[in-house]
Design a protein around this ligand. Sequence first.
Ligand code: ADP
Length: 501
Amino acid sequence: MSETLTALIVEDNPSDFELIVHELHRSGYAARCQRVEREEEYRAALQTGPDIILADYSTPSFSAPEALKLLSESGMEIPFIVLTGTATEETVVECMKKGAADYLLKDRLVRLGPAVSRALEEGELRRQQGQTEAALRKSNERFQHLVETTKVIPCELDLATRQFTYVGPQAVTMLGYCLEEWYKEGFWDAHVVLRDPKALTTPESNLNVSATDHDFTCRMLSKEGRAIHLHCVGRRMSSHSGATILRGFMMDITELRAMEDALARHAEDLARSNAELQQFASVASHDLQEPLRMVSFYTQLLAKRYQGKLDADADEFIGYVLEGAKRMAHLIKHLLEYSRVSARKPELAPIDCEEIFRLSVENLKVALTEANATVTHDPLPSITGDASQLGQLLQNLIGNAIKYRSPERLPKIHVSVQEKPGEWLFAVSDNGIGIEPQYFETIFVIFQQLHGRNKYPGSGVGLATCRRIVERHRGRIWVDSKPGEGSMFYFTIPRSCEYVE
Ligand code: ADP
């Protein structure tokens, strides 16, 4: 089957043209051939995009070298074969230099077929190669654009000389130094301060980092004198020239560092004020106990000795003092409990919650009996925690469930537990007076009470102590309640728990 081909033939001699066309047909090409003699004709014919150009080396008005030049100026990739009557070496060299695919002597036209097919094949190959190169160039440009327009600076550092061998252009805007300065010898040493001076020399010492990986932070002064913190990640490798280089990225973490510093400062302040508060609570509650004992003792003595001997007002006043002293003793006791939870070194051990429950109920026996309350519980697990603190937690919650019972029904309290991923979820439910949703958070704050002291005696410290205990076990505590129906206090204890200081 013959191959179709459009051929542009630059030839002044019609019979030579016929011969060429004949030869093409003979070689199996169904060729559509166009003959041109002059430059204008050639230019116009080029626009039709022929598959191949065959050109006589020199016609009276136009020559093959001129045709080649025009072809290359057009940017088109069309195989070009020079036909010549006599070929000197210079002629051949000149044409091949200008981009001809081949040349052929006119008296050897029998070779035209193979020459054309070879030129077409080579042309196709060149076209494909051009396409691949263009695609590669485009992808390179895209990649470079992507890398060089982010706020992450790509870079390459010669580890022996500590000289940058490549720095992304964003380094200029981000730090103010021009690229020539970055590439200067000594720039790294003069401007970069490593947080860990060994970060570059002994990467092996960085835990979790393989010998070739580097991950470190450093500080640089920008051209305007601002301290910029950089996080550098890179890989050590050999460059083409055999030098050991670090290739990677530098990221500006100045803002992050400032936030971290502020956070650390706040945490420090918080820890300090917490410690001071703890100390204050502990000292105050300790030291107040002694004078309070004196006040209580002598007021009781006063009451015993002079009750009914002075006037009625005096009896009333003594009564107030006694009541006040009692209340203060109660407050101090609870405050002391609260400060102890924070101050005492925790004792983590496996504990049996059934036993904790039993002891808590035992301690609340009087209150439970008075209120005619029933306390039930799920089978309770063994967990890790501080037995005395968790006992106090349970006792506070059950105690509150008795205290805040409904006058309309007998108190029913139930302790349940569910195993959740990584933690135990406990719940203490009651059928008491309940809590309005807007107080679900505030009741856990120290000294927060929802009712008048006359109605329910208390200090407002119990739930704050519960929260402190749970938080020190790395758990959470919250409440859910329906006013008038009852409350459900939830708390979690992680299965493997560590204490929070
Ligand atoms: P208090 O010493 O006053 O009991 P708590 O810190 O133990 O202090 O409790 C704070 C407030 O939360 C209480 O004053 C009470 O109003 C409310 N509260 C606590 N437990 C319950 C409960 N089981 N039912 C209803 N209200 C409760």
